[in-house]
Design a protein around this ligand. Structure first.
Ligand code: 611
Ligand code: MG
Length: 214
């Protein structure tokens, strides 16, 4: 039977990356996506911007919306401080199964908690289920029409504190117009656009970094 792209991406990790070496996992995925098959990971160019934001925030608690194959969860987790943790939500169980194996190959199971389900269902339950008070950093990279409703939901559920950082992928391509309009015009956020390119292409894309002001 025909394999899926996530399955072929995992095979490339298992073939080319060193177990327990997260950076070799990131490199193996980027090489696979550049040389063999494009896939919707945040990628190496936007990944460097993600790295600089993670390093600057030095977050104890990270929420990622949209795990896909685990590329950005691995990239974030290897920059976290000793007790830092990331909770990553993935809707598609097949993608989650691949992501678990990518995360395991990187040796980051202790730092990454992968939860299968829809962000809209899980966000209201995170405090009680995972003993999280608020998130220092949220990385939005899931369905583009869920960025805005999920941001409002995080506000309502008290998951953001003064200084929490939201970092959103794909605000230009595929685009998240309603989210951008809201976050750039809301007095409760201070936003900054980091111009870049759609992963593995020359097409314009970028990350929007927003500080919640409380
Ligand atoms: O569509 C994109 N991303 C959507 C990502 C979706 C991922 O997150 C969940 S959705 C979900 C829902 C609810 N809760 C958690 C996860 C899906 O199962 C998938 O694993 C995308 C598309 C392009 N592109 O060029 O077309 C480029 C990108 O960088 C992208 O991120
Ligand atoms: Mg993306």
């Amino acid at each position: 039977t025909q394999s899926t792209r996530p399955q072929r991406l995992l095979a490339a990790v298992q073939k080319n990356a060193t177990r327990g070496d997260p950076r070799s996992v990131v490199l193996a995925i980027d090489q696979f996506c550049r040389q063999k098959e494009w896939a919707m990971n945040v990628g190496d160019e936007k990944g460097c911007i993600l790295d600089s934001v993670v390093s600057e925030v030095n977050p104890g608690a990270v929420l990622e919306l949209g795990t896909y194959c685990g590329y950005s969860a691995v990239r974030i987790a290897c920059l976290l401080p000793p007790h830092g943790k990331i909770i990553t939500l993935e809707f598609n169980p097949d993608n989650a199964a691949i992501a678990r194996q990518v995360i395991a190959w990187a040796g980051l199971e202790e730092k990454i908690q992968l939860v299968v389900g829809a962000s809209g269902d899980w966000i209201p339950k995170i405090k009680e289920q995972f003993g999280v008070k608020t998130f220092d950093l949220v990385f939005l990279d899931h369905w583009k029409d869920r960025y805005l409703p999920d941001t409002k939901l995080m506000e309502e559920c008290g998951l953001l504190r003064e200084g929490s950082i939201l970092l959103a992928d794909n605000v230009i391509c595929p685009g998240t117009p309603d989210y951008l309009e809201y976050i750039r015009n809301s007095p409760r956020y201070k936003s900054q656009y980091f111009k870049s390119h759609l992963e593995y292409t020359k097409v314009e894309d970028g990350l929007e970094k927003s500080v919640f002001l409380g």
